[in-house]
Write a protein that binds this ligand. Structure first.
Ligand code: F6R
Length: 248
């Protein structure tokens, strides 16, 4: 795994935004869509803010961009305060010129018996566009990527999953307590993440230092799904000083 350390998360986020902007422009010049895999949570906020700035101040256009978000809570209404649809609209989609029909996020409103076929269609859409050009990831304290929790297999598909207790505890601050926090989510599987042509994982702060060390230097194991990334040939862990502090 290629790891790069920056002075702070803001400088790091700008560097990642620059790479994405360059990719969008290359694809534009080739008259190709640019397929981005996106994450929510606190880690990519600075990245999205910088992409918005590049749009507003530097004329970066998202007209050729198609996005697939990693995950959504289930059940979840799109306009609920904690929905990932709402998060993405606020942080990015509503502030740039991306076409709404090009923004895919797993649907948290489906009846249970429709989820499996919906998930397989989600993957087929990605495949029909030629796969994900660049996947942005955060990492959970337990090493989850997307909501692929400990125990997820390397070839796992997009599916409904049970959230780990530790993931729910981390989310509970947004949901005003654990009892209001969803127990399940729909997540892109590990397989599609591993098939992305390039993967950038973002991690900031001391609280991520341990799992960053375990994921990048420890054994590849389904107990730590982020460790699967050791087997990807084009992945970079973008870190601030604190998140990198335990690397050897
Ligand atoms: C979010 C996602 C999660 C988060 C992870 C880290 O779409 O897939 O894997 O990236 O839980 O969350 P933060 O960035 O809030 O520490």
């Amino acid at each position: 795994i290629n790891t790069v350390m920056f002075e702070d998360s803001q400088v790091a986020s700008k560097a990642v935004a620059k790479e994405i902007a360059d990719l969008i422009k290359v694809k534009q010049s080739q008259k190709q869509p640019c397929i981005l895999g996106l994450a929510t949570g606190s880690s990519p906020k600075g990245l999205y803010a910088e992409l918005v700035r590049l749009h507003k101040e530097k004329g970066l256009s998202f007209k050729n961009v198609v996005t697939f978000n990693l995950d959504e809570y289930y059940p979840m209404e799109p306009d609920a305060v904690n929905s990932y649809v709402r998060f993405m609209k606020k942080m990015l989609f509503d502030q740039v010129d991306i076409l709404p029909e090009n923004c895919y996020i797993p649907d948290g409103t489906l009846p249970k018996d429709k989820i499996a076929s919906y998930c397989s269609d989600y993957e087929k859409k990605i495949e029909a566009l030629g796969g994900i050009d660049l996947q942005i990831l955060g990492i959970g304290g337990n090493g989850h990527i997307g909501f692929n929790e400990s125990g997820s297999l390397q070839n796992s598909k997009t599916r409904l999953v049970a959230l780990d207790h530790i993931t729910r505890v981390a989310a509970s601050k947004d949901f005003a307590g654990l009892s209001n926090t969803p127990r399940t989510a729909i997540t892109l599987g590990v397989k599609k993440i591993m098939e992305a042509k390039r993967v950038i994982l973002l991690a900031w702060g001391e609280s991520k230092a341990n799992i960053i060390k375990i994921s990048s230097e420890g054994q590849v194991t389904n107990q730590v799904p982020a460790s699967f990334l050791q087997e990807h040939n084009n992945v970079t862990f973008v870190l601030d000083k604190e998140a990198a502090s335990k690397l050897t």
